[in-house]
Ligand binder design. Structure first.
Ligand SMILES: [Zn+2]
Length: 120
Protein backbone atom coordinates (compact mmCIF):
# COMPACT_ATOMS: atom_id res chain seq x y z
CA UNK A 1 0.00 0.00 0.00
CA UNK A 2 1.48 3.32 -1.04
CA UNK A 3 1.28 6.41 1.06
CA UNK A 4 0.64 9.78 -0.51
CA UNK A 5 1.81 12.48 1.90
CA UNK A 6 0.75 16.07 1.99
CA UNK A 7 3.09 18.06 4.18
CA UNK A 8 1.72 21.57 4.40
CA UNK A 9 -1.85 21.20 3.27
CA UNK A 10 -4.79 18.80 3.33
CA UNK A 11 -6.69 17.04 0.55
CA UNK A 12 -9.20 19.47 -0.95
CA UNK A 13 -10.90 17.09 -3.38
CA UNK A 14 -14.10 15.35 -2.17
CA UNK A 15 -14.66 11.59 -2.16
CA UNK A 16 -15.72 10.34 -5.59
CA UNK A 17 -13.73 12.98 -7.47
CA UNK A 18 -10.61 12.68 -9.60
CA UNK A 19 -7.58 14.55 -8.32
CA UNK A 20 -3.97 15.16 -9.24
CA UNK A 21 -0.77 15.90 -7.38
CA UNK A 22 2.51 17.15 -8.80
CA UNK A 23 5.73 15.52 -7.57
CA UNK A 24 9.29 16.38 -8.61
CA UNK A 25 11.14 13.65 -10.50
CA UNK A 26 9.92 10.29 -11.75
CA UNK A 27 9.58 8.18 -8.60
CA UNK A 28 5.81 8.14 -8.94
CA UNK A 29 5.88 6.75 -12.48
CA UNK A 30 6.35 3.29 -10.98
CA UNK A 31 2.78 3.11 -9.72
CA UNK A 32 0.37 0.77 -11.43
CA UNK A 33 -3.15 1.38 -12.63
CA UNK A 34 -5.64 0.56 -9.87
CA UNK A 35 -3.05 0.60 -7.09
CA UNK A 36 -4.45 1.81 -3.77
CA UNK A 37 -3.17 4.89 -1.98
CA UNK A 38 -3.38 5.96 1.62
CA UNK A 39 -3.86 9.72 1.88
CA UNK A 40 -1.87 11.12 4.80
CA UNK A 41 -1.50 14.59 6.18
CA UNK A 42 2.05 14.63 7.51
CA UNK A 43 2.82 17.92 9.19
CA UNK A 44 6.27 16.93 10.39
CA UNK A 45 7.38 15.86 6.92
CA UNK A 46 9.58 13.10 8.34
CA UNK A 47 11.40 10.58 6.17
CA UNK A 48 9.81 7.15 5.71
CA UNK A 49 6.32 5.79 6.22
CA UNK A 50 3.66 7.74 8.12
CA UNK A 51 2.34 6.35 11.41
CA UNK A 52 -0.38 7.72 13.68
CA UNK A 53 2.00 7.95 16.63
CA UNK A 54 4.27 10.28 14.61
CA UNK A 55 1.38 12.76 14.61
CA UNK A 56 0.45 11.89 11.01
CA UNK A 57 -3.23 11.62 10.10
CA UNK A 58 -4.80 9.14 7.63
CA UNK A 59 -7.59 11.15 5.99
CA UNK A 60 -8.79 8.83 3.22
CA UNK A 61 -7.98 6.45 0.41
CA UNK A 62 -7.42 6.75 -3.31
CA UNK A 63 -6.94 4.59 -6.39
CA UNK A 64 -4.37 5.31 -9.11
CA UNK A 65 -5.83 6.16 -12.51
CA UNK A 66 -2.62 7.10 -14.25
CA UNK A 67 0.18 9.59 -14.47
CA UNK A 68 1.73 12.22 -16.73
CA UNK A 69 5.47 12.92 -16.95
CA UNK A 70 7.11 15.99 -18.43
CA UNK A 71 8.51 19.43 -17.72
CA UNK A 72 6.84 21.47 -15.02
CA UNK A 73 5.98 24.22 -17.50
CA UNK A 74 4.22 21.74 -19.82
CA UNK A 75 1.70 20.30 -17.36
CA UNK A 76 -1.62 20.13 -19.21
CA UNK A 77 -4.08 22.68 -17.86
CA UNK A 78 -6.89 20.15 -17.21
CA UNK A 79 -4.55 18.27 -14.84
CA UNK A 80 -3.64 21.45 -12.99
CA UNK A 81 -7.31 22.34 -12.64
CA UNK A 82 -7.96 19.26 -10.49
CA UNK A 83 -4.89 19.60 -8.22
CA UNK A 84 -5.86 18.19 -4.82
CA UNK A 85 -4.46 21.30 -3.18
CA UNK A 86 -6.73 24.03 -4.51
CA UNK A 87 -4.12 26.77 -3.98
CA UNK A 88 -1.73 24.91 -6.30
CA UNK A 89 -4.11 25.12 -9.27
CA UNK A 90 -2.38 28.41 -9.98
CA UNK A 91 0.94 27.76 -11.76
CA UNK A 92 3.02 30.26 -9.81
CA UNK A 93 1.65 29.07 -6.48
CA UNK A 94 2.32 25.45 -7.49
CA UNK A 95 5.90 26.34 -8.38
CA UNK A 96 6.39 28.18 -5.10
CA UNK A 97 5.06 25.23 -3.11
CA UNK A 98 7.26 22.76 -4.98
CA UNK A 99 10.23 24.98 -4.18
CA UNK A 100 9.30 24.87 -0.50
CA UNK A 101 8.91 21.09 -0.58
CA UNK A 102 11.98 20.15 -2.62
CA UNK A 103 14.38 23.06 -2.10
CA UNK A 104 14.59 23.96 -5.77
CA UNK A 105 12.48 23.66 -8.90
CA UNK A 106 12.62 25.21 -12.36
CA UNK A 107 10.16 25.39 -15.25
CA UNK A 108 12.24 22.79 -17.09
CA UNK A 109 12.50 20.26 -14.25
CA UNK A 110 10.81 16.90 -14.87
CA UNK A 111 7.77 16.28 -12.71
CA UNK A 112 5.19 13.52 -12.42
CA UNK A 113 1.52 14.32 -12.18
CA UNK A 114 -0.20 11.50 -10.35
CA UNK A 115 -3.87 11.08 -11.24
CA UNK A 116 -6.10 9.30 -8.74
CA UNK A 117 -9.69 8.76 -7.72
CA UNK A 118 -10.47 9.62 -4.11
CA UNK A 119 -12.41 6.62 -2.82
CA UNK A 120 -12.85 7.58 0.83
ZN1 LIG B 1 4.05 11.27 8.44
Amino acid sequence: MRQLKNLRHGFDVPVGHIATTVRKGTKWTEVELGEELELWVCQKGHYGRCRPHFGCKLVGMGQILGHWVGKLKDIPRPLLEIEHNMAARDYNTLKHQLKQAYGSITDDDVVTVLIYLRTS
